[in-house]
Design a protein around this ligand. Sequence first.
Ligand code: FBP
Ligand code: MG
Ligand code: MG
Length: 340
Amino acid sequence: MTEQFNVQTLNQFIIQRQSEYPGAKGELSRLLHHIGIAAKIINRAVNKAGLVDILGEQGDQNVQGEDQQKLDVFADSHFINALKASGECCAVASEENENIILFEDEMGRNGKYVFCMDPLDGSSNIDVNVSIGSIFSIYERISPRGEVAKIEDFLQEGTKQVAAGYIIYGSSTMLVYTTGNGVNGFTLDPSIGEFCLSHPNIKTPKSGTIYSINEGNYINFHSGVKKYIKFCQEKDAKSKRPYTSRYIGSLVADFHRNLLKGGIFIYPQTNKNSNGKLRLLYECNPIAFIAEQAGGKATDGKQRILKIAPEAIHQRVPFYTGSTNMMKKAEEFLDFFDNI
Ligand SMILES: O=P(O)(O)OC[C@H]1O[C@](O)(COP(=O)(O)O)[C@@H](O)[C@@H]1O
Ligand SMILES: [Mg+2]
Ligand SMILES: [Mg+2]
């Protein structure tokens, strides 16, 4: 194994990219730097989760009615601390908090950005040592700096994101993000405690042979989704079918695999949940920004996720994302079968 010596660290990359934006004052750079710090702290806790009292339930329920895991709360509080310390953030919307968290001190009120986050994604996999993640999305506030931030600062459509990304705590820990100028991945090198550029300018294949959906919900799927699953399972050498079914149950991990290998991830509306399960602001919008920047697609089955006008902080939407050609085929099935 040859070790790379001319590695570029996340901070070096952030500073280099900042110079591409004339007039940039470093606010976004400082915020991204602090996300890196929070990611390292959470990574350390995840790595030794079995040895410290951080597995299992916290004992409370979050606004979604889910039992909060200790690591959900741990990640939530460490991100909030890091965002506060950055001095660039005026408020946070988090899966683990019903209302937005306002930074009302002077430094906070002067923050230029608002931050949406899923501090710990894949909570059902925490206790069983399966890959989990954190997801974030950043917007420039629309309310005047100096004032306390408002809910309207968060209800901006996804096309307005200035940056988005995720951290995957897996066999290695990676941070993958975009500022609207391509997608780059950084792997944490524990020996130097630095995220190092390992996946520059990620592009997702136009086609793939992996489909990811929780088939346990099959009977509640609409007919378009059922027909598309059948299409994935039929034998056809020319289109490399049957495709392979892969489902980890952590959005970040399922998306990351498909991003690199090509594939499609679907969490659709069902007869039970007309809006599916995943949250627009801190799961679907950031992942959709990454998907599109890597040459893929992300929709709710009908329209671009990034064009949906948010109405509520914890709003759910059906989510389809992946390789362009697979998305087109899936949409054909949805259009045909859901409209007959
Ligand atoms: O178990 P299900 O219904 O398939 O849901 C799995 C989905 O739910 C999630 O765990 C929801 O995210 P959280 O763990 O952050 O609540 C996603 O990561 C994943 O894609
Ligand atoms: Mg999640
Ligand atoms: Mg979560």
